[in-house]
Design a protein around this ligand. Structure first.
Ligand SMILES: NC(=O)c1ccc[n+]([C@@H]2O[C@H](COP(=O)([O-])OP(=O)(O)OC[C@H]3O[C@@H](n4cnc5c(N)ncnc54)[C@H](O)[C@@H]3O)[C@@H](O)[C@H]2O)c1
Length: 459
């Protein structure tokens, strides 16, 4: 097996060394502002969750055990001994899914049909939440208020107001929150953050990435399974936060990613997997100042799956976000063509080319005296592994430290996503003021953040 190479190629010279030291010192000063800007005050009593010692077993519950929820159940079961956890309970609005998850976990695992009942269980220290997007905030805020640590699937929330409320609840209750954007655990992104914080590429000016797919029959037209009936699924509860109410709708239950009342399409489904690592790599995640997005549906792929309605959400969308430091981030997503943009972070002095398990630092020719090329390959862990992200969360719960996908990163990413959705749907560029949380257009018009019931989604 090839050995990991984490040593950069080095080159020395008196002038070079001097310039490098000076640049590094400046960068360290610049990065000390990390997460120093509170979004909301701390005005609530701390939650009653127990303090977990280094050797204590962490008791976990699972809220939402559909496809991704079961990925967590299986991964945490496989690594239960290593992580020193026990799996005590599951909750879902489908009776079938509760029973299946209980069967998988075994050993007296409790089953619940309402997350609030699971959260009353004082034995449970931490919950993994993998519900539909429009329940992320509801379940997550209830969980941290009940003293539970949370691993919350991406996107952090359906809407922006919920993201601020969720972040406030996590801070007030001093819980450890990890966002389910598992690529954040890849060593390549940690290495990029280290290089950027060390001043190796100069001020970061433009970062780009893509999440493309190509689904001729319509992305997310998943199979509709026979067990899902109005008797099995508590549909009233499933659609509770949403104003657009319907009778039990199997298509929406399995294919909710296609419809705005339940999600933001690729902005919520795919973009978090690119924005979290990119913003983590900057070493200093910022709230955006301006966001614009452009999406459309040129192919109408749903027509190739008989019986399913056409999606509301775009088949392709590109977003550009600007940050106070001057950084621009460009992310493209597609469900109609596999070819995306290469993963690149551009600084004024050098560029980082990101691979799955590698980072190549390439100086701009004007700075080649000051900066040497560096190449890191076979970095581990790599491969966007959920178990790594879970392990990091458990370690952080034990050590009361912040995980890779912590709440301050997550709320900033969610702000970009929410503004991108507004830009696309309202046909505007969204300007954002971090202090006041006001969203305006370039001509000074104030925009209300989208929320449940916006855009004509009827009560
Ligand atoms: N990190 C990743 O790579 C990744 C991959 C897939 C999905 N996800 C995320 O995971 C989440 C779930 O996706 P999925 O594909 O598993 O969807 P899914 O529809 O298969 O499963 C969602 C489950 O949540 C249940 N549910 C809904 N509201 C609930 C509530 N209030 N309480 C308890 N259960 C509730 C549903 O009955 C369903 O069983 C989504 O937010 C998605 O974005 C993340």
């Amino acid at each position: 097996m090839t050995k990991p190479n984490t040593q950069p190629a080095t080159g020395a010279g008196t002038r070079r060394e001097f310039i490098k030291k000076a640049t590094t010192a400046a960068a360290v000063v610049a990065s000390t502002n990390l997460f120093k800007t509170p979004v909301y005050g701390q005005n609530q009593a701390p939650s009653p969750g127990r303090v977990i010692g280094a050797n204590d077993r962490i008791v976990v519950g699972f809220i939402g055990v559909g496809k991704q929820g079961m990925a967590h159940v299986n991964s945490q079961k496989e690594n239960a001994a290593d992580n020193n956890i026990s799996m005590a309970a599951v909750c879902d609005l489908s009776k079938y899914r509760v029973a299946e998850a209980q069967k998988t976990i075994g050993g007296g695992c409790k089953g619940y049909d309402d997350h609030r009942k699971l959260l009353e269980n004082k034995d449970i220290d931490a919950v993994t939440i993998a519900t539909v997007d429009h329940w992320h905030a509801g379940c997550g805020i209830d969980a941290v208020n009940a003293g539970k640590h949370v691993y919350g699937e991406k996107p952090m929330t359906r809407y922006l107001g919920e993201a601020f409320a969720y972040a406030e609840a996590v801070r007030n209750n001093k819980r450890i929150f990890q966002i389910g954007a598992q690529i954040c655990s890849d060593a390549s992104w940690q290495k990029a953050a280290e290089l950027i914080k060390g001043g190796k590429i100069g001020p970061v000016i433009l970062a780009q990435d893509s999440y493309p797919r190509n689904a001729p029959k319509g992305e997310w037209n998943y199979d509709i399974e026979a067990w899902a009936t109005a008797d099995d699924v508590n549909w009233d509860m499933w659609q509770k936060p949403v104003h657009h109410k319907t009778a039990f709708d199997k298509d929406a239950y399995f294919r909710w990613r296609k419809y705005y009342p339940y999600c933001a399409g690729t902005l919520g489904d795919l973009v978090p997997h690119r924005l979290h690592p990119l913003m983590l790599a900057t070493g200093m995640p910022e709230f955006p100042t301006r966001v614009v997005a452009l999406g459309n549906n040129p192919i109408h792929t749903d027509k190739n799956t008989p019986g399913t309605p056409e999606r509301d959400v775009p088949e392709q969308i590109e977003i550009i976000a600007e940050f106070p430091s001057g950084l621009h981030i460009l992310v493209t997503t597609s469900t109609i063509n596999w070819n995306g943009l290469p993963s690149v972070i551009r600084g004024h002095k050098a560029v980082l080319e990101m691979g799955v398990d590698s980072v190549d630092l390439k100086p701009q020719k004007e700075f080649s005296e000051e900066i040497d090329p560096e190449s890191y390959t076979h970095l581990v862990p790599s491969g966007q592994k959920i178990p790594e992200m879970e392990k990091n969360w458990f370690n952080c719960i034990r050590t009361n430290t912040q995980p890779y996908g912590n709440i301050e990163l997550a709320v900033r990413v969610q702000t970009v996503i929410a503004l991108a959705e507004m830009s696309q749907r309202l046909n505007v560029m969204c300007l954002f003021d971090e202090k006041s949380k006001k969203i305006t257009t370039g001509d000074g018009k104030v925009l209300e953040a989208l929320t449940y019931g916006s855009m004509g989604e009827k009560s």
